[in-house]
Design a protein around this ligand. Structure first.
Ligand code: HEC
Ligand code: HEC
Length: 474
């Protein structure tokens, strides 16, 4: 009896996370890498990455302590001088991590860190010109300063996960892991003369359009396309500035089975999330797409010859899995309960199935014929919702599919549809958006319809209001 009690206490102490022995998968395992990507619509252009021997030959980047960035004139007295006196400090050290919470906290450090910091001379003024907002305390929450060498203060710029996946809420709260609202498109527009030079490396897909033609746009046109992306939308590498992607929220990611709007990457395990980060931090730029390699080196985007450590990635993934939604101010009141019934009656539940509000399936983009072999290996709902097919069929992220996105947290987002073509739920559910002379409020390059996904457009006024009220409670 006595022994059993002790065993019980030991067990509960263990369960409370007193000790945590992580079972860290080998992230860049050749077999897993082979299996985790969904093939591209143009199958023979699916990426071939570095192999595991080459990958593990790269050096692990140390992660240094970072410091807040303030808007001009808002720093505490002597702030920058103080930073110049600081010694570089490596803050990620797996040998010091004991509990699961320690690992999660270390993952947040990875999330905030920038693998490729640079001179603050450029990114900060550009961000300010583009209107990056500051918190009440004057902090610009998307960026951090870092000291890798005493006396040299660098800035993370838009290369930390936090830069793009942090949202400054209207009430001043900083929501990490959310659909971010750094105005990245506008930053690129402000920096167009310089930024345009990286365009082919980021977006080139010669099987869609030849290089000369692709590069024939003017700086003005480049700036116009980027300026048209509201915060929360950006031309991620592998998409295109004609059809950029919305930034997804990472809150609740653990149950989401396909990553990216086009479902490019499977998410079967924590290892897949680790691989996702690896691919997006340089490996997709140096991959071969048939005979095309965007760049032999990770070219300005990534520092060559370095990588994340598997422990860093594991901590990062645990941190992402630990993210909780912010308190929702919208209540499930009488109107919202009515909206919930409308949601069921309209058949939204078939795709946006509770409790995740997604069925975790991929749907073919308009005009894409599902290859037979994929029906056996991928969860497909073979019904096209008819949205604009460019991102899914004519880019390096194009699998031919759009995933059914989760509707959790739509109340704090401002970019709906894979390119954030609609800015609000009201707009997404407005039949006017199908008109040829419609001017979208979200990403658009001229008047024209927000095509497809015609669900819930024909509702009576009260039912529609109720449906929207319900969606805002999720
Ligand atoms: C420059 C901006 C930017 C940075 C930096 C960035 N992301 Fe993202 N992230 C995006 C965008 C945009 C997408 C959507 C891409 C798409 O749909 O094809 C995305 C998609 C994702 C997804 C897929 C989620 C889903 O539900 O589909 C994950 C996971 C993710 N990012 C994690 C990270 C992590 C981890 C880091 C840091 C290691 C990071 N991101 C850095 C902009 C960024
Ligand atoms: C046949 C499956 C299907 C049905 C039915 C469906 N949806 Fe969707 N929904 C999708 C897909 C797929 C997308 C993504 C389209 C894209 O990215 O181009 C989407 C996108 C959305 C979005 C934008 C979310 C975001 O993050 O961009 C909202 C909001 C939405 N649906 C609400 C609804 C509502 C409300 C209903 C019912 C009136 C409904 N959907 C019915 C498949 C469906």
């Amino acid at each position: 009896m006595y022994r059993a009690v002790i065993a019980f206490y030991l067990l509960s102490a263990f369960a409370a996370g007193q000790t945590f022995r992580p079972n860290i998968p080998r992230a860049w395992d050749d077999g897993e890498v082979e299996a985790f990507q969904v093939p591209l619509a143009q199958r023979d252009r699916s990426p071939r990455f570095l192999n595991s021997r080459e990958y593990y030959g790269l050096k692990v980047r140390p992660i240094y302590r970072t410091y807040p960035v303030y808007a001009p004139g808002r720093e505490p007295a002597g702030y920058m001088e103080g930073l110049k006196q600081k010694e570089p400090e490596i803050v990620f050290d797996p040998s010091r991590l004991r509990t699961k919470q320690d690992w999660i906290n270390a993952g947040e450090v990875v999330f905030d860190s920038s693998p490729f910091p640079r001179d603050p001379g450029l990114p900060l003024p550009m961000a300010l010109v583009a209107g990056a907002p500051a918190t009440r305390d004057g902090v610009i929450p998307y960026f951090r300063y870092v000291i890798r060498k005493k006396g040299v203060v660098e800035i993370g710029g838009a290369t930390s996960c936090a830069a793009c996946h942090t949202r400054l809420m209207p009430d001043g709260a900083v929501l990490k892991g959310s659909q971010g609202n750094l105005p990245l498109g506008r930053i690129f527009a402000a920096d167009a003369a310089r930024a345009i030079s990286g365009r082919w490396t980021l977006f080139g897909a010669p099987w869609v359009v030849k290089r000369e033609e692709f590069e024939s746009i003017s700086i003005y046109e480049y700036a116009r396309r980027n300026a048209a992306m509201q915060p929360g939308v950006q031309a991620r590498h592998g998409t295109t500035d004609l059809s950029p992607s919305k930034v997804p929220s990472l809150i609740g990611l653990q149950e989401i089975r396909y990553l990216d709007s086009t479902g490019l990457t499977r998410h079967r395990s924590i290892g897949d999330l680790m691989r996702y980060a690896i691919v997006n931090y340089g490996l997709d730029i140096t991959a071969h797409y048939g005979d095309f390699q965007p760049s032999p080196v990770s070219n300005g985007f990534a520092e060559n010859g370095t990588r994340f450590g598997d422990e860093q990635l594991y901590a990062l993934a645990l941190y992402i899995y630990s993210l909780k939604p912010p308190p929702n101010p919208n209540r499930l009141d009488k109107q919202a309960v009515h909206g919930q019934r409308v949601f069921q009656q309209q058949g939204c539940v078939g795709c946006h199935t509770p409790p995740l509000y997604t069925n975790n399936k991929l749907t073919p983009a308009q005009g894409f014929n599902v290859p037979e072999d994929l029906r056996r290996t991928i969860d497909i709902l073979d019904v096209s919702v008819g949205t604009d097919p460019i991102l899914a069929t004519q880019t390096r992220r194009g699998t031919g599919f759009y995933k059914v996105p989760s509707l959790r947290g739509v109340w704090y987002r401002n970019a709906f549809g894979h390119s954030g073509q609609a800015e609000t739920l009201e707009e997404w559910l407005d039949p006017e958006r199908l008109r040829d002379d419609y001017v979208p409020k979200g990403f658009h390059l001229g008047p024209g319809p927000i095509k497809g996904h015609e669900f819930g457009l024909k509702l009576f006024h009260d039912d529609k209001e109720a449906l929207i009220a319900f969606l805002k409670t999720l």
